[in-house]
Design a protein around this ligand. Structure first.
Ligand code: GLN
Length: 556
């Protein structure tokens, strides 16, 4: 007999508190960072906090979207491909988040349809309302239970007034109606200061609040993003017209660094205000000592270290999109701060280095990093860059594709394997030094591409005495992955005979996880099949990034 679930139109009461963060006026004002910062100040008060991101698109996860369109794909420990905001949450909260903490419209519909197929609705009519919002609510509650959270923060992507947000706003309305004492709504809005008048305008926010109200949802707090701080007069005006208490209008001006934001929020007593709104029991002030120390260190570097990140996704029309590699860039910064250095990061487009004359430019950097990537664009440039930094003794850190291409460059230019390539670019090449992983072959053939790469955490054993083992100070590590291709085991002996060292492998020894050149040959030449950047945190920098930044600084 198929399992039957009774549909509840009311939601069970609980002591867990829920804070929804919605956007007003426009996107791109840092709602993800605002959500992370709200979570951080509450965590600093001693509450157990978890954070959820809701994305309103139909894609089931973020893995099938082009990075130039969507930004970085952040892979969670358990393998879900998510939005980069999840990376912010993990970095700010210094915690791993599970896949139940991320949902898209597509994934919500997929579950509801699957339940319907399983006869779990007991033969009744399944409807967009209330079944979609109920699925959203049930996921939010599950995430709260899984984390044993006192506070669950839920960021709703996009801005109010967008058609695709409606069902999520309905979920908020239903939850707030059912347990008003446990639900708070924070609107992160934008207050422009038009150049022509030089005055901060509150009207767009008032309109956005009204739009939120028309969905039956009322804001308890407004976070005012703006080029400058909000004065008392405007706070009072907004309190009056937006129906919130004046102390719950929080000023959030543009700041030097996103890591200043939690500290800035506490200047307006944000955590206390939220504790009051939700009746949170613990009233001790937020303890942000470690955070403050990190922020101070980030501003007081003794010397600079110049790192070039060579990627193919940087250019978008007239703009540079560094968001695509956000975790990599942050990971470099955390390690530089730890070493008391000021990181100077340059974004270089790999396509440009197809012209070998341009390679000389790389001389001015202390270290070069090639991050993950897919496909053929910019490959010649990347291979040229790797050959150059290998020969010129410039510290190199290759991540995922950056590792595979380092192995390919070595096969071509040192082992001298004529016709060496990666199956991703040239499946008919004479020597497929990088080949498709056996379990991936069928998936590619069937166009089964969504969520099917080798994803999430896997262990790697480290070779004693290697650069990797010394950096980790361990014999084993666990890192997150996202790839379909691997170093072809048939070429390992030949590559090693010519000097390349595979210093990290899967525990069964079949899959190459880390490759390096011995330190007497190169100051730092390391490639990793996994994505260490996904586990780098402000309060816990990643040891491999630290080793790379240190080698870069010391080698100049
Ligand atoms: N394109 C390569 C693969 O699929 C590398 C992936 C990556 O860099 N994330 O294996």
């Amino acid at each position: 007999m198929p399992k039957k679930t009774k549909t509840k139109t009311t939601v069970k009461k609980s002591a867990t508190k829920y804070i929804f963060v919605v956007g007003g006026v426009m996107s791109g004002v840092g709602k993800g960072v605002a959500s992370s910062s709200i979570a951080t100040v509450l965590q600093a008060r001693g509450h157990k906090v978890t954070a959820i991101k809701i994305d309103p698109y139909i894609n089931v996860d973020a893995g099938t979207m082009n990075p130039t369109e969507h930004g970085e794909v952040f892979v969670l420990k358990d393998g879900l491909e998510t939005d980069q905001d999840m990376g912010n949450y993990e970095r700010f909260l210094n915690t791993d988040l599970p896949s139940i903490n991320y949902m898209t419209t597509g994934s919500v519909y997929q579950s509801v349809i699957q339940k319907e197929r399983n006869l779990e609705y007991g033969g009744r009519n399944v409807e967009v309302v209330p079944d979609i919002p109920l699925e959203v609510i049930s996921r939010i509650k599950r995430a709260g239970r899984k984390a044993a959270a006192d506070v669950v923060l839920i960021e709703v992507g996009g801005t109010v007034g967008e058609y695709q947000n409606v069902l999520f706003l309905e979920a908020i309305r239903m939850m707030k109606t059912d347990e008003p004492e446990n639900v708070a709504v924070v609107m992160v809005s934008y207050l422009p200061v038009p150049g022509s008048i030089g005055e901060m305008k509150t009207k767009p926010t008032q309109t956005a609040v009204r739009m939120l109200n028309s969905a039956g949802v009322f804001a308890d707090m407004i976070v005012c993003r703006s080029p400058q701080g909000v004065d008392q007069k405007r706070k009072e005006k907004m309190a009056k017209f937006c129906n919130v208490k004046v102390e719950n209008v929080i000023s959030s001006p543009d700041l030097e660094s996103i890591y200043d934001i939690p500290l800035n929020y506490e200047e307006d007593s944000m955590s206390l205000r939220l504790a009051n709104i939700l009746g949170l029991p613990n009233k001790k002030p937020a303890d942000l000592k470690a955070w403050k120390q990190f922020v101070r260190r980030s501003k007081n570097g003794n010397d600079t270290v110049k790192i070039a990140v060579v990627g193919k996704y940087f250019n978008s029309g007239d703009f540079v999109l560094s968001d695509v590699y956000i975790s990599v860039l942050e990971a470099i910064k955390f390690s530089a701060y730890k070493l008391n250095l000021k990181p100077e990061i340059s974004y270089l487009s790999s396509q440009e280095f197809a012209d070998k004359k341009k390679l000389r430019e790389l001389k001015k950097y202390d270290g070069v990093l090639i991050p993950g990537g897919f496909g053929t664009t910019g490959i010649d440039g990347k291979l040229n860059v790797i050959e150059y930094v290998r020969k010129q003794q410039i510290p190199y850190f290759g991540i995922c594709y950056g590792m595979q291409l380092a192995v390919l460059e070595y096969a071509r230019n040192v082992v001298r394997l004529v016709g060496a390539s990666t199956e991703e670019i040239d499946p008919k090449a004479a020597h497929l030094v990088i080949g498709v992983m056996p379990e991936q072959r069928e998936k590619i053939a069937n166009n089964d591409m969504g969520g099917t790469m080798r994803l999430g955490q896997y262990p790697a054993v480290l070779k004693a005495g290697s650069i990797a083992a010394r950096a980790y100070k361990a014999k084993e590590t666990i890192e997150r992955h996202r790839h379909r291709y691997e170093v072809n085991p048939e070429y390992i002996a030949q590559l090693e005979m010519h000097g390349l060292r595979f210093s990290g492998t899967s525990p069964d020894g079949t899959l190459m996880e880390i490759v390096e050149l011995p330190q007497n040959e190169h100051p730092f030449f390391v490639g990793v099949q996994f994505h260490p950047e996904l586990q780098a945190r402000p309060l816990a920098p990643h040891p491999l990034f630290t080793a790379f930044v240190k080698a870069a600084y010391e080698s100049n």
